[in-house]
Every structure is written in structure tokens, then in C-alpha cells.
Design a protein around this ligand. Structure first.
Ligand SMILES: *Cc1c(COP(=O)(O)O)cnc(C)c1O
Length: 450
């Protein structure tokens, strides 16, 4: 069977919360006091129901009817056996992908944008702020806020704002206001512009601007598209569906691959399989990250800020240091210094594996996938494709045949300039920026847990 669909009536009606099955994580720490953040501090930017999920130890959480109704516009998403890719690789492995690019915004991010907008709306909030790097999260949230008739301001990293003009058009279409960051609307933005009037901005700085605006306006909240526990919980739908679909297809993955930036598509597809592993099943989940931003494979497991401006709560996670500026690789969604506390804990516990890969390999397998399977992948997603393809070839060499599943987190229709650069031979392989990482790891915050 080539394509495995799930009936809308068989779609999961509850999210899986892996916090119920992991040892208790450290609480978020206030950047102001260095002590665990108070509910009041968190409620300044997040609505109650989201905070409840963030701290929840409940294993299964009901998806609200209204949210389910919107998610079924594109869910359940298909699992596809990549037969033509297998053939082109000449592998004896079975390769499957779970395709998340069919959502309105073209990536998995819509899975969490919709419940986040919903929970804010029912909490009486009508205005959200957020940041976006490559534009995927801003697109997803603009779609979700337009459905619930809320207003949205998106701080978009300036370099992307000019490189990806159609992402801005997309967000405008759904009524969002898009501001290039650094801007002169916030203290964080003005400070950066004073330091460097030509600043290209960064994701960490755009986060500072969006959080600052939400924290200083009582009618405005902030929404984050990755990293946090509630986001990983919402994305568990990917793995829950995939498990059912693999069963329908009469197979079970030996290995599961996903790209890992803040960890949401990886955490989402992996969580239900990691639960299987804890219950004694044999399955290996692999987080794929860029060599140039190797958070899990080269970072430190410690406490760090989520942003350059030190505005966000401090979290226990793998980090390269909050002021680490990764090289400008063509997978903007993976250029984040930290990682989800859940994914970090799973890695620390040895429940998952991580590998890093250079962007030339990423584009090599991404273009092979496009030509064989007919979908142009987002460069972020191509990290997962490359992970699975390289594993298949390694299996063949060892004379093994495995079942490999990966998450195709989004399509690359807005990333054609990156493909042009690849075909023009203008893409370089950055090496592991050891010195910069060493330097940025020296400015970690001090934390008082008692
Ligand atoms: C944002 C994004 C990623 C990386 O974010 P995670 O939270 O690690 O999943 C990967 N793929 C696509 C298509 C994205 O938009």
C-alpha cells in the first residue's frame, strides 16, 4: 500500500502529554529573580488554559470540539511509502513519511497555532504578538488568528522580511501586521538599532520584541510556535496518527526521524513512539539538526534564556548559549540556540538519539526527494529526509533492512531562492562553530531552585 489515509472519524480526539511519563522537569525560572516564575509573571503573556497544559501531568488531554473541527480541514495527514525514493536510493529499507505540508500554512506549525489562538480567545484575549524567522510560524498563527477574528502583530527577523517577501504577503492576506525586527516599537528593538543601525535581526531578538509588547499590554498575549511543553503536546497528533497508520499499513518503524529546531515536529512525531520504547518496544527516534547549530549534539544541558534580550523565562534545556548567532543557513527554522525542555530531557535520559548534518547533504537528499516523490520539501524538513536516506544506505551496507519513518514537516514553496542558490553552487557547508559556541556558553544565567 503506497498511501495510508486515516478516516477523519479515526482521528485522535486527545493529545498525548509525555510529561506524564517523564521524570518531573525543572520549572521555568523568572529572568527577573532567578527563582521559579510565579503564575502572575507567566499570566502576563500566556492565557490560563495554556499555562495549565504547560505544567500538566495529565497523560491524555481532550482536544476542544472547536479546535478539532478546524484541524480536520487538513487532518488526519497522510503517511506515504516513499517507493520511488527507495528505488532511487536502491535500498532494501522501507521508507515512509508523514506529510505535514498539506496544512493551510504549509507546515506542522498550524497544529499548535489553532489551539493557541483558541485558548487565548476563550480567555478574553483578542490581540497576540509573536515572532517569526523563516515565516512559517507567523503564517500559521496569522491563519489561526484570522479564524478566531483576533489581531496579530508579527515581528519578522529583518533579513527574512526582505529575503522572503511572499511570507509577509501571506501573513497580510490573513490580516496580520508584519514588522521587520529590530523595530523602533520596543526597548529591545531600539537598543539593537542603536548598537547597529544596519542590524539584520535574529530570532532571539524578535522574541524579545514580541514578549516585551505582550508583557507591557494587559490586553495582549504572546504565542510561541515551538520549544514549550504545550506546543509539543499539540504536535503529538503527528505521532499518534502515524502510529495508527503504520499499523494499518502492517508495519512498525525501527527508526523515526525528524528535523529539530525548537523540537516541536520532532517531539510531536516521537513522543508516542518514545512511550512505546519506555513500554519495552524496540524503536529509535532520531532528532536531525544542522552541523552549524548543533544544540543537542554539541550543546550543554543547563539553564538558559529563550532569547537574546533575557525577557523569556529561563528553562532547563540543551543550549548553545542565548547570544549564539548561528550562520545564515537556508533552514531558518533550525537556527535556534536552545531546544524544547521535553526533547532535551528525553535526550538526557537516553530515550532518543540526535545526529547533525551539513546543508549540502540536506539539499542533495531534499532535491532527490522532490524529483522522486513530487513534493518540494522545506529545507528544514530535508534534514529528516537526509537522516532517513543516509540510514537506509548504511543499513544496506550492513546487510540490514529496516522500516524507517520520517516527518516531512512542510513544503518548500516559499524557499525557492534557497534551491536557486543550491543549483547555482552558491551554498556552502558551514562547519561546527566551536569558538563562538564556547564563547556564548560563558554567559549562562544563575539560577536559584530553592
Ligand atoms: C519551524 C519549522 C521546523 C523547526 O521547528 P521545530 O519546532 O523544531 O519543529 C521544521 N520544519 C518546518 C517546516 C518548520 O516550519
Amino acid at each position: 500500500m503506497k498511501k495510508i489515509y486515516l478516516n477523519p472519524s479515526d482521528m485522535p480526539t486527545q493529545w498525548y502529554n509525555i510529561l506524564a511519563d517523564l521524570p518531573q522537569l525543572a520549572p521555568p525560572i523568572s529572568p527577573a529573580t532567578g527563582k521559579p516564575a510565579t503564575p502572575e509573571e507567566m499570566l502576563a503573556i500566556f492565557p490560563g488554559p495554556i499555562l495549565e497544559q504547560e505544567m500538566s501531568a495529565q497523560r491524555h488531554i481532550d482536544i476542544p470540539e472547536e479546535v478539532l473541527d478546524i484541524l480536520t480541514i487538513w487532518r488526519p495527514s497522510p503517511v506515504v511509502r516513499a517507493e520511488r525514493l527507495e528505488k532511487a536510493l536502491g535500498t532494501k529499507c522501507r521508507i515512509y513519511y508523514k506529510y505535514e505540508g498539506g496544512s493551510p500554512a504549509g507546515s506542522h506549525k498550524t497544529n499548535t497555532a489553532v489551539p493557541q489562538a483558541y485558548y487565548n480567545k476563550i480567555s478574553g484575549i483578542n490581540k497576540l504578538t509573536t515572532e517569526t524567522g523563516a515565516g512559517q510560524w507567523g503564517s500559521a498563527l496569522s491563519y489561526a488568528t484570522s479564524i478566531f477574528e483576533m489581531s496579530l502583530r508579527v515581528y519578522m527577523v529583518k533579513v527574512s522580511y526582505f529575503q522572503k517577501p511572499y511570507r509577509k504577503s501571506f501573513m497580510n492576506m490573513f490580516g496580520a501586521e508584519v514588522i521587520p525586527s529590530p523595530s523602533n516599537l520596543t526597548n529591545a528593538g531600539r537598543a539593537e538599532l542603536e548598537r547597529d543601525p544596519q542590524s539584520h535581526g535574529s530570532l532571539g531578538l524578535a522574541i524579545s520584541e514580541a514578549v516585551e509588547e505582550a508583557a507591557s499590554n494587559s490586553d495582549t498575549n504572546y504565542a510561541l510556535g515551538s520549544v514549550l511543553n504545550h506546543v509539543i503536546i499539540h504536535q503529538s497528533l503527528i505521532g499518534l496518527e502515524a502510529k495508527k497508520q503504520m499499523e494499518i499499513g502492517g508495519d512498525y518503524p525501527d527508526m523515526v526521524f525528524a528535523s529539530c529546531g525548537g523540537g516541536s515536529n520532532f517531539g510531536g512525531i516521537a513522543a508516542p513512539f518514545v512511550k512505546d520504547k519506555m513500554d519495552g518496544k524496540k524503536v529509535e527516534c532520531v532528532a536531525m539538526e544542522p552541523i552549524s547549530c548543533p544544540t543537542l549534539t554539541k550543546g550543554e544541558y543547563t539553564f538558559d534564556y529563550g532569547d537574546v534580550g533575557k525577557m523569556t523565562p529561563i528553562m532547563q534545556m540543551y543550549t548553545l548559549g542565548h547570544d549564539f548567532m548561528p550562520p545564515a543557513i537556508h533552514a531558518g527554522g533550525l537556527r535556534y540556540h536552545g531546544d524544547s525542555p521535553i526533547v532535551s530531557a528525553m535526550y538526557k535520559q537516553g530515550l532518543i538519539d540526535a545526529r547533525s548534518i551539513g546543508q549540502l547533504d540536506v539539499f542533495k537528499y531534499g532535491t532527490l526527494f522532490a524529483k522522486t516523490e513530487g513534493i518540494i520539501p522545506a529545507p528544514e524538513s530535508s534534514h529528516a529526509i537526509a537522516g532517513a536516506a543516509k540510514e537506509a544506505l548504511a543499513c544496506d551496507e550492513r546487510g540490514e533492512s529496516k522500516s524507517l519513518l520520517f516527518c516531512l514537516s512542510g513544503h518548500g514553496h516559499f524557499d525557492m531562492a534557497s534551491y536557486d542558490a543550491y543549483y547555482e553552487g552558491k551554498l556552502e557547508d558551514y562547519s561546527y562553530p566551536e569558538e563562538e559556541i564556547e564563547k556564548s556558553l560563558r554567559s549562562l544565567p544563575k539560577v536559584d531552585l530553592d
